[in-house]
Each structure stands twice: as C-alpha cells, then as structure tokens.
Design a protein around this ligand. Sequence first.
Ligand SMILES: Nc1ncnc2c1ncn2[C@@H]1O[C@H](COP(=O)(O)O)[C@@H](OP(=O)(O)O)[C@H]1O
Ligand SMILES: [Mg+2]
Length: 332
Amino acid sequence: MSYESEKQVAIQAALAAARLCQRVHQEIVPQAIEKNDRSPVTVADFGSQAVICHTIAAAFPNDPIVGEEDAAVLRQPDMATCLQQVTHYVQSEIPDATPEAVVSWIDRGNGGIGSRYWTLDPIDGTKGFLRQDQYAVAIALIENSDVKVGVLACPALPIDLSQPTQDHGVLFVAVRGQGAAMMPLQGGEPKPIHVSTAEQADRLRFVESVESGHGNHDLQDAVAKAVGIQASSIRMDSQAKYGAVAQGEAALYLRLPSPKSPNYREKIWDHAAGVLIVEEAGGKVTDMHGAPLKFSLGSTLEANQGVVVSNGSIHEGVLQVLREQLTTSIGR
Ligand SMILES: Nc1ncnc2c1ncn2[C@@H]1O[C@H](COP(=O)(O)O)[C@@H](OP(=O)(O)O)[C@H]1O
Ligand SMILES: [Mg+2]
C-alpha cells in the first residue's frame, strides 16, 4: 500500500491544527486548565484535536482515532465560555463549526485501538506551548502495531537548527518504506532527511525534555557521556526531539523514567509519529531495555519503559551502558 491518501489527509490535518495553535498564540495568552492527572490543557489543545478528528473522520469514517484529549471538561456548564473560545478558533478552519459539533469532534478521538487506528496529540509539549517554546502537532496511522504514516508539525522549530533566529515552522512526514522528509510549514519542496553518520563527530549531541519530571536528566547525562557525547544536552519540548535526530542534528534522544514517577508508562501519541520519522530517516528506536515500542496494547506503551532514539550507529553502545547503569540508578 502506498498510503498516499492517508499521508495527504494527515498533512492537511496537521497544517490546519498548527495554524489554529499559532492563531491562539497571536490573539491571547492561553491559560492552563488542569486535567485529572494534573497535566495542563488549553483551548488550543481542544481546538487542534477537534480540527484533526474532523479531518480524519471525514476521509476515513471507519477508522478509530485515539487522541489525547476528551471533551468531558468542556461539557460542564461552567466551561461554556471556554467552549465558545474553542469554537471560535475551530471556526477559523471550519467556518460552520458549532459548540455541539466541536465537542463531538473532540470525542471522536476517544476511539479504542483496532488493527488499524489513528493516534494524535493535538499539542505535544503543552508546557512548551504555554512557555512560548517548542511544541508539536503529532498524527500517526498504525496498522497491526506498526506505524505506517507519521506527521509532526512543529510551528516554533527553526527550519535550520543551527540558525535559531531565522525562519521557524517545520513539517516532518514519513511513510513506512518511503523515507522521511521535512519541509517548511509555510509550504515548499519536501527535503529527504537522514540521521547523522558515525563519522559526523560534530553531530554527536543529545536531546532531552526541558521538564525534569519527564525524564531522568542525571542518568541521561551519564549515559550520553559514557558513549562519548561531551557536549551538554539540547533541551527541547515535544517530539521535535525526534525531528532533531531524524535530520541528523542530534545523534541521540534519551527519555528515561523520572525518579519522581518511576512507573510512568509513555503514551502512544507522544511517540508514534516520531518513531516512524526517525526509523525512516535511518535511525533506531527502542525502549531502555532494547525492545521495540509496542503500539497494540492500548493508549499507553504498557510493555515498554524509557525510550532510546538514536542514529542507529550508537544504539547498541547506549543500551550496553544502560544495562550496566540501570539497576543502580532507576528510582534512586
Ligand atoms: N512522568 C512523565 N514521564 C514522561 N513523560 C511524561 C510524564 N508526565 C507527562 N509526560 C508526557 O510528556 C509529554 C511532553 O513531553 P516532553 O517533555 O518531551 O515535551 C506530555 O505530553 P503533552 O504535552 O501532550 O501533555 C506528557 O504526555
Ligand atoms: Mg498533548
């Protein structure tokens, strides 16, 4: 299968959602609403999920969608003003949207996983979005646990990471077996991307989360040093980190369980698109024990802990260091 129409629909949905997020930033200072798990959500997260689900469901009405958000909180009477605001932003992409339609589109993302399903993160890195820093709109199509299509829109990412003050806004796209590409969010020719090679010593850098609670910065630093990475990490929110590895700007992305939440299980929508983009750029992704990420067990990566993303050539070395260090370090 070429997955051409799935790829085009995912690109359209990600571009519309990214425009919506940028519009929110231009017009208001978005406030964080606290979810049950105490993580933040904003009008842009809700609006982005509504637009993406609407776009995917129109093209593929039988496909389940597993999205990060649900509309339960927006249906509460005291959230009517917030729902109006979400509807206003959704109308910038879908002019005839009503509040009732918006909540139903958001809840289209409450599907269960099937042998074929979509997963999406309307804003990956909501904390980064709130800080006016990095965030990504992430969409992936999964069949039989295998990611087939992955799209990441990163509106705040410099097109050239070595020129951070120049133009921003990058779209990463990959289809299984067809390679990975990036292009400016504003439009332009897709450019094939490749991970760094073992010879590119200047690319021997690593990326990790900004949030210390989303990883183990001390252990990540120790592992990176042990495989010969001297430079300090580049801290970046969201799956933009997968993009940095896929385009060869970093050789490694480490996400090891935080000592504050050692039993945390990663969410499928925080990884699916990024995994395919790195793999199709020639890199490798496993959990911290070397197992592939399993996208068939529900909304979390229940069988996996920690994530190691690399250019491939340093992967085995990283896993070896982890085998030596993990028993003593995790949970300390
Ligand atoms: N204890 C934890 N360990 C690892 N990831 C966590 C975490 N708590 C929350 N997250 C996830 O980290 C994501 C952000 O990743 P990063 O730190 O790389 O930017 C969040 O996505 P959202 O922003 O979509 O909620 C959330 O799903
Ligand atoms: Mg999110």
